[in-house]
Design a binder for this molecule. Sequence first.
Ligand code: FE2
Length: 275
Amino acid sequence: MAVITSLITQNPIKITQVTDTHLYGKPSGTLLKMNTNETLNHVIELVKQNEEEIDLVLATGDIAQDASEKAYQNFLDTVAKLDAPFRWIPGNHDSAKVMSRIAGGTETGEKTAQLNNWLIILLDSSILGQAHGKLNKTELIFLRSVLRAAEQDETIDHCLLTMHHNPVPGNSAWMRDIGLENGQEFFDIIKMSSKVRCVLYGHIHQELDFKHEGVRCFCTPSTCIQFKPKVTSFSLDRVNPGYRSLQLYADGSIESEVRRVSGEIFEADYNSPGY
Ligand SMILES: [Fe+2]
């Protein structure tokens, strides 16, 4: 297991998460009538207004809706405006293959980053052609080995794990089958580590901050459409796109906020029965 990037930086460490951008090769592309390129640009502007000295930007999947090279290139060009180190992981709408081809030779697709005494671990939970997720055998071996190495490493005190899918079932009945299939196995593995502080994800397009099995879990709103929580069938929420900022402290504590675009009304098909 190689921790490729290691950086001494400020305390707290500043992370910005953008997720579920659902971009198309054509910038005019819309998801349930919402122009995803336009909403991403609004969110990136909001990040620029609010965040200074970002140590790491994490893009946690569903970056492209059509898995096209153009969509990924557009995303990279847009995120470059933040002028910060950057990592991405695939979601259910992405092509992990196309992403790794585009990221080839850069740090974008690396699976770990050490910032001060925190280790950030990025996991691929996507299954080609499926909405739900799973950590496959390779990812589980990687997770076990990286946590075991971190446990022995005196320079690492805390770990943040991130993936696209929700490892804890969503709070709406229609979401029951779209989360991480082996969520319990995931938590059983991370329980063996004394250093895991936080699990960060996207996929269910809403803001959540709770504890599960003693670990702080965060879900982050999409940069486009939002899913209404606690409903039986699919329903869009009338709240604006946003992002999450996290401050990771040397003592293991975490502060985090979701910020949403304000002063704009974005069109969407609020009566759609699905997406
Ligand atoms: Fe999504």
